[in-house]
Design a binder for this molecule. Structure first.
Ligand SMILES: Nc1ncnc2c1ncn2[C@@H]1O[C@H](COP(=O)(O)OP(=O)(O)OP(=O)(O)O)[C@@H](O)[C@H]1O
Ligand SMILES: [Mg+2]
Length: 432
């Protein structure tokens, strides 16, 4: 499976057929922004970032597409910016997915082996995994991921990789992530209308987890909590495998909304206030100067104590973190996460949030830093890019030789961006 294709813009036709770099692209379609990233996979398996394009989202709500045209325009703008910057054409990319339509469950599958002395082959593992997947999926849903998490051979537990082992009966427990067909189709359409093939959909917390946790943390047990604008995404790793995933429909936009309602100010003003003066712990801003805030009417100003602003933020963050804590307890892994909790997503930049999270979750909490990626500018170190970077790492690990496509000079590619679509709409009006 080839994953990307980003290509130098002008080459001779012979050169065009020679893959030169192992290039890989990603499109993260979030509730507040879409970003497109391009990276080069090195011999050592790391990803060197070549560039990024960004566009504020307009057509997404809580991780799902609610306006096809607006989402397509936004993706097209991010991809066009990336292409311009790197002077490459992106033909296909790993694409992130989240939203309420995502469900995940653990499911078991069994397969019989061929008698005494038989050594388990790759196909036997695939058969067992397929059986686990078949049990889990209703007709109106499609499988996004099947991540094997435990194996048994002849009833013996704790097997990490059954290949090459002797046995008569192979059993697997897999974490199966599914999405409702129609919302998935909407996202794929939005991406593919921009001329970029959606190579694979990757669940957002699993992408973020690839970028910000290490192999040894995943072995020890770690929870990734990605708090974005519209969703809070959870991925739990134990014994090196994916144990649990969940997408909760709440995030930074709820905080901004609360501020807008609480202070009776426009959403944009509330967002700026949150970013400039926000804190998740009211005691930390006690006694600081109040801030002047413009309201809906021109010239109208009100003074807001910073402590009051922090109380609004704290209340919503406690609700979000409390829900995460209940999830961890409900699945019984609260005491098993030796690696603690790793926070990411734009909201993880909220001042005081790490301390509040440690308090609510009763676990060590750290902010995630990207691993296995090089060439990051300070801008791309921001947690809002964790999912996009993770998509590149995900792709590079599962498909280390992605550049199978040949060059398509950039000047020959007609991308259906917002401007192009407006021209096409205009021309169509003259057709019979
Ligand atoms: N310094 C900060 N303090 C508080 N909140 C912040 C800060 N920086 C960014 N945010 C919030 O982070 C959110 C955006 O995060 P992110 O870019 O991870 O979301 P997204 O990927 O677009 O959405 P999602 O993944 O939920 O679909 C916004 O709500 C923004 O207000
Ligand atoms: Mg996100």
């Amino acid at each position: 499976m080839a994953s990307v294709v980003a290509v130098p813009s002008v080459r001779s036709s012979r050169e065009d057929r020679v893959p030169r770099q192992q290039l890989i692209a990603a499109v993260d379609v979030g509730t507040t922004k879409a970003c497109a990233l391009l990276g080069e996979v090195t011999e050592a398996g790391t990803v060197v970032i070549l560039g990024a394009g960004l566009c504020p989202s307009r057509g997404m709500r809580r991780g799902a597409v609610v306006n096809m045209a607006a989402t397509t325009d936004c993706i097209a703008t991010a991809v066009a910016e990336l292409e311009q910057l790197c002077d490459r054409h992106v033909r296909s990319a790993y694409v992130s997915i989240a939203g309420r339509q995502i469900q995940s469950q653990n499911s078991r599958g069994v397969t019989a082996l061929h008698g005494n002395g038989y050594l388990v082959q790759g196909e036997d593992v695939q058969r067992a995994v397929a059986a686990a997947q078949a049990l889990a999926v209703p007709a109106d849903r499609r499988v996004i991921h099947v991540e094997p998490r435990r194996y048994w051979i002849d009833g013996v537990d704790g097997i990490q990789d059954p290949r090459g082992m002797a046995g008569q009966r192979l059993e697997v427990e897999a974490h199966v992530v599914t999405g409702a067909v129609n919302p998935m189709q909407n996202l794929i359409h939005c991406v593919e209308k921009t001329g970029v093939k959606a190579e694979q959909l990757v669940l957002q917390p699993l992408a973020s987890g690839e970028a910000i946790t290490t192999e040894s943390e995943r072995q020890l047990g770690v929870a990734v909590v990605d708090i974005g604008g519209g969703t809070t995404d959870l991925a739990i790793y134990l014994d090196g495998t994916v144990w649990y995933t969940k997408v909760l429909p709440m995030g930074g936009r709820n905080v901004t909304n609360d501020i807008a309602i609480g202070l009776n100010v426009p959403f944009g003003v509330a967002e700026r206030l949150k970013l400039t003066y926000g804190h998740a712990i009211p005691e930390a801003v006690e006694g600081l100067e109040p801030v002047e805030v413009p309201g809906f009417e021109a010239g109208w100003l009100q003074e807001v104590p910073q402590e009051f602003l922090a109380e609004i933020i704290e209340a919503r963050m406690e609700e979000i973190l409390g829900t995460v804590s209940r999830e961890l307890r409900d699945i019984g892994c609260h005491g098993l996460l030796g690696g603690g909790v790793v926070l990411t997503g734009g909201v993880s930049d909220q001042r005081g949030l790490r301390e509040l999270a440690a308090d609510v979750l009763e676990m060590p909490v750290r902010k995630g830093q990207p691993h296995r990626v090089e060439g990051l500018s300070e801008r791309l170190m921001a947690p809002t890019f964790a999912t996009g970077l993770g998509l590149l790492v995900w792709g590079s690990r599962r498909n280390p030789h992605p550049s199978r496509h040949y060059v398509a000079p950039r000047h020959r590619v007609m991308r259906s961006g917002p401007w192009m679509r407006r021209v096409l709409r205009f021309l169509r009006a003259f057709l019979p």
